[in-house]
Design a protein around this ligand. Structure first.
Ligand SMILES: Nc1nc2c(c(=O)[nH]1)N[C@H]1C(S)=C(S)[C@@H](COP(=O)(O)OP(=O)(O)OC[C@H]3O[C@@H](n4cnc5c(=O)[nH]c(N)nc54)[C@H](O)[C@@H]3O)O[C@H]1N2
Ligand SMILES: Nc1nc2c(c(=O)[nH]1)N[C@H]1C(S)=C(S)[C@@H](COP(=O)(O)OP(=O)(O)OC[C@H]3O[C@@H](n4cnc5c(=O)[nH]c(N)nc54)[C@H](O)[C@@H]3O)O[C@H]1N2
Ligand code: SF4
Ligand SMILES: [Mo]
Length: 704
């Protein structure tokens, strides 16, 4: 950036919640381009969605002012409001609700992740235990699985891709459903000779990068893993030293695993016993420099929890924890000689009330860090365990992200107050009482976040340009709402700079430390724990508990017998969904660049099945589950399991103000009726959706 009118501002992308480090190129106060931060990424690449955020900045389809509902909920009748008016409106109603029903009648749901400190402080200060995030339809099962085995959630460990020799990815479409750093690390590792095994129920670009690609019978990845464990155990190919030092429950595992031979798994999964044995042998050979990847979007089936447990068990048996090329524990500020970054959520007193979603009393093995979003409509509708009257929804669109939106909506419609803090007219914002437009990430500074990892660091999302519309950053929104509710003291700052100074106070650092590279490295080198003596498992025994004390104490078996996934009923297919490299869930569909790249999804079907149904590629089809019907175009391929049909998640937007994406393509979540429920891992079992496919009627086709 030699031209002096062009300035680079280091920040953190929010084009999706991977939150990559970026450098925003700004010219005359406008965004010129969004690059990756080379100091952290080893290159200047950002993904298509990240770069396309430039268009979101200038998009007039964004929410431009605070909006207060005028007509019926969902009627789309709004009036523009000033910030004072909108915040007064919310605070006045919250006061009445809290006075009558207590703080616990207010619930806050968000997108989770490292930027949630202020939201947690706010809801806690109101005297409510009811914080949850979106993970019911993303990673609940994997977080909770690691919690029972290792005493900590999934993202307390990272992967040493650079030194890895062999990896297994189960439905982890790492080069399309991507984070820029991980995708690059993966490609680099592969070029350095790492072998890749990938399972899916259909072809993907990650399949194209794999050494072994298996199209499994849907939902049988767990059976595949049980057979791998069976071989490792029977042939004594596991890391005995690591297991003796750290792993509890080997006797029970050996008894449990006996029937699950590769020959058994061949029938179950469709992968030959010979190939399963080969994978087990190759894994053992490469161990401990192996990554048996835990997956990301893991809300697939009822038994996802046990499947994810089996992944971590494989890593432990192979001794991959804290091994070069394996799974590394994340280190924090204290491992680098610093005090912890201060948290606003530590300021308000602890809230000792029962949660609305059953965590802590009905579901004792599930973590309150993520909660159970799917329970919200039931709690509202049934006033069980108590009345829930207000929901504050921050950067989260449950009517788009969770299955069975009609049921969820029925709950929301009964609330006394529904507030969305969003940048777009999301499905949930559209039925809200108030929409508070947050400034886009390019227009705001957020609290500093601590990035744990082998090399811990602090990251900063820093404002690059002035807000284009009448929007505000989150630090301002929560502080000013808190002040109106008499809890302003928990937000002890006036400006973003003061907020950051407060956070950094104990660490002896300041805002200017972020100037040079956009982040602060807390340690020069990678920190490794001593594998023999000091691995930080946080279970009651301080070991890796294959037989989990937490589960057994709550009457949940650690090793229940395997249950074969139900095949689709006659004439039905299992509906499977996923992501594409150029869109973020349903959020980016209205983005002018990305919409041009892809504006509609299609329904993939196996070519033989298409033939049976008398359908061909490009045909208009109806996808039905009972009385729910979605319409779209058919894509035909040999590379998909015959029991499934597949489509991209998030399409078919329902808000008319999203003019480019409005009603383009099929909605997937409407078809997932009855799946707004709690599987054993806390996830919704969204993979258990069965649909019929038929040719669209002539009139429907004529409309195209
Ligand atoms: N059928 C099916 N369902 C799925 C999935 C699937 O593959 N298939 N995927 C699941 C997964 S993995 C996930 S993570 C969830 C995601 O579900 P959500 O978390 O609801 O989805 P997002 O698209 O990430 O965005 C939520 C909202 O955040 C808003 N937003 C974006 N940026 C900002 C910002 O800077 N500030 C504010 N305040 N708001 C912002 C967007 O406009 C959007 O309305 O969906 C899940 N649901
Ligand atoms: N481009 C892009 N990147 C993203 C996101 C995005 O929206 N867009 N979102 C981010 C988020 S929030 C997440 S959680 C991650 C998600 O990352 P992933 O979990 O990797 O992605 P998905 O696309 O949800 O699902 C991956 C694959 O699961 C397959 N699948 C479904 N059921 C089964 C099964 O039973 N067995 C097997 N083996 N495969 C199955 C699908 O065919 C699909 O190809 O991506 C992140 N990165
Ligand atoms: S993966 Fe792409 S959209 Fe997501 S944070 Fe990174 S650059 Fe932004
Ligand atoms: Mo996700």
């Amino acid at each position: 950036m030699a031209d002096s009118s062009i300035q680079g501002v280091f920040s953190v992308c929010s084009g999706c919640t991977v939150r990559c480090p970026i450098e925003v190129e700004v010219e005359n106060g406008a965004v010129r381009h969004i690059w990756g931060n080379p100091h952290l990424l080893g290159g200047r690449h950002s993904c298509a969605r990240g770069a396309a955020q430039k268009a979101t900045y200038s998009d007039s389809n964004r929410v431009q002012h605070p909006m207060i509902r005028e007509g019926e909920r969902g009627s789309g009748k709004w009036r523009k409001a000033g910030w004072d008016e909108a915040l007064d409106y919310i605070a006045d109603r919250l006061k009445v609700i809290i006075e009558k029903y207590g703080g616990e009648s207010v619930v806050l749901g968000d997108r989770g992740g490292p930027f949630t400190d202020l939201h947690k402080a706010f809801i806690k200060a109101l005297g409510s235990p009811n914080y949850f995030n979106h993970h019911a339809s993303c990673s609940n099962s994997v977080h909770n699985a690691h919690n029972a085995l290792a005493g900590q959630r999934r993202n307390t460990v990272s992967y040493d891709w650079k030194n890895c020799k062999y990896c297994i990815l189960y439905a982890r479409n790492i080069v399309e459903s991507l984070g820029t750093k991980e995708a690059k690390d993966f490609i680099d590792a592969r070029q350095n000779g790492m072998k890749v095994v990938y399972t899916d129920v259909r072809w993907s670009y990650t399949a194209a990068k794999a050494d072994r690609f298996f199209i499994l019978r849907p939902g049988t990845d767990y059976a595949f893993n049980l057979a791998l464990i069976n071989v490792l155990v029977r042939e004594k190919l596991y890391d005995e030293e690591f297991v003796n030092d750290w792993v509890l429950g080997m006797k029970e595992l050996i008894a449990f695993i006996e029937p699950y031979t590769p020959e058994w798994a061949e029938v179950e999964t469709g992968v030959s016993a010979r190939q399963i044995k080969q994978v087990a042998h190759e894994l053992a050979e490469a161990a401990p420099s192996v990554i048996v990847n835990q997956g990301w979007m893991t809300a697939r089936g009822e038994d996802d929890y046990y499947f994810r447990r089996s992944i971590y068990i494989l890593n432990a048996l192979l001794g991959a924890y804290e091994a070069k090329g394996g799974i590394l524990f994340n280190k924090n500020e204290t491992h680098c000689g610093y005090k912890l970054l201060r948290k606003f959520a530590d300021l308000p007193p602890k809230v000792d009330k029962k949660r609305f979603d059953g965590i802590g009393w009905k579901y004792k093995h599930l973590s309150a860090d993520y909660g159970l979003a799917q329970m919200l409509p039931y709690a509202i509708l049934n006033e069980d365990p108590y009345p829930v009257k207000a929901f504050i929804c921050y950067r989260f669109d449950p009517l788009s992200g969770l299955p069975d939106p009609e049921t969820f909506k029925a709950g929301l419609m009964k609330l006394d107050l529904l507030v969305s803090v969003d940048i777009n007219y999301s499905h949930t914002a559209w039925i809200s009482d108030v929409i508070l437009p947050e400034s886009l990430f390019l227009e705001r500074t957020d609290p500093v976040i601590a990035k744990g990892g082998p090399k811990p660091a602090l990251w900063l999302r820093r404002q690059a340009v002035e807000p284009r519309y009448d929007s505000k950053p989150r630090w301002w929104i929560f502080k000013h709402l808190a002040e109106r509710l008499g809890i302003g003291r928990y937000f002890p700052y006036e400006t973003a700079e003061e907020m950051i100074a407060w956070q950094l106070q104990d660490m002896g650092l300041s805002l200017s430390d972020f100037d040079e590279k956009g982040y602060v490295a807390l340690n020069k080198d990678q920190i490794l724990f001593d594998r023999k003596r000091s691995l930080p498992f946080k279970t009651p025994s301080k070991k890796f508990e294959m037989v989990s004390s937490m589960l057994e104490d709550n009457g949940i078996p650690s090793f229940p017998p395997y249950e074969s996934p139900q095949p689709p009923p006659e004439g039905h297919y299992r509906l499977i969904t996923g992501k594409v490299a150029v869109h973020t869930q349903g959020t980016s569909l209205d983005n002018i660049y990305l919409n041009e790249l892809l504006s509609e999804n299609s329904l993939w079907i196996n070519s033989k099945e298409a033939q049976k149904l008398g359908l061909k590629a490009g045909d208009g089809v109806e996808v039905c589950n009972g009385d729910v019907v979605e319409r779209g175009k058919l894509a035909v391929t040999e590379f998909i399991h015959p029991e499934v049909v597949y489509t991209l998640h998030g399409f078919g937007r329902q808000v008319p103000l999203q003019t480019r994406a409005y009603k383009k393509g099929m909605r997937d979540n409407t078809l997932m009726k009855g799946l707004l429920k709690v599987a054993v891992g806390g996830n919704c079992p969204i993979g258990d959706c069965f649909v019929k496919v038929r040719k669209a009627s002539k009139e429907e086709n004529a409309k195209d």
